[in-house]
Design a binder for this molecule. Structure first.
Ligand code: INI
Length: 155
């Protein structure tokens, strides 16, 4: 039988930073509600959760890096929404956000969940923020719980 190392969702002592974009706030605040609800229902206390607001998705990598480098967080969740319909420079904003966040995570070793919706329409964003396609903020919270648990086993 092969040895299998995998995370679970029991990392209730995780210290979690959540970086939240104000842009498209009507969608992103629902992602934040989903993330907070999921963390709390898995035992993460308010004392171990810090929410940091940024103007938009483009600003997220810098602030995610600041938090990651502080050493005070076991994981970070990035929450935002980039909607193509209203964004001529969609590719730049979404691309910089995604690649910047991935770079921070790789370079610092702090897991970062990408809870940034990238959709063609506002309707798709609404569907993924707590209606018929679930809540990607809640999914991102599950991801960091699993990653903290996994990394603790690998350390
Ligand atoms: N920021 C977003 O988070 N989502 C968007 O859809 C968006 N649009 O549409 O442009 C957006 N733009 C703002 C951007 O993130 C920066 O805050 C801005 O360019 C200032 O640097």
């Amino acid at each position: 039988m092969a040895k299998v190392i995998e995370g679970d969702f029991s990392a209730s002592t995780a210290r979690v930073g959540i970086v939240v974009a104000r842009f498209n706030g009507f969608v992103v605040e629902s992602l934040l509600s989903g993330a907070l609800d999921t963390l709390k229902r898995h035992g993460v206390t308010d004392a171990n959760i810090t929410v940091v607001r940024v103007p938009g998705a483009f600003e997220m990598p810098l602030v995610v890096r600041k938090l990651a480098e502080q050493g005070s967080y076991d994981a970070i969740i990035a929450l935002g929404a980039v909607i193509r319909g209203g964004t001529p420079h969609f590719e730049y904003v979404a691309g910089q956000c995604a690649s910047g966040i991935a770079t921070v995570s790789r370079e610092t070793g702090v897991p970062v969940a990408f809870g940034v919706l990238t959709t063609d329409t506002i309707e798709q964003a609404i569907e993924r923020s707590g209606t018929k396609a679930g809540n990607k903020g809640a999914d991102a919270a599950m991801t960091v719980l699993e990653m903290v648990s996994l990394l603790r086993q690998l350390e």
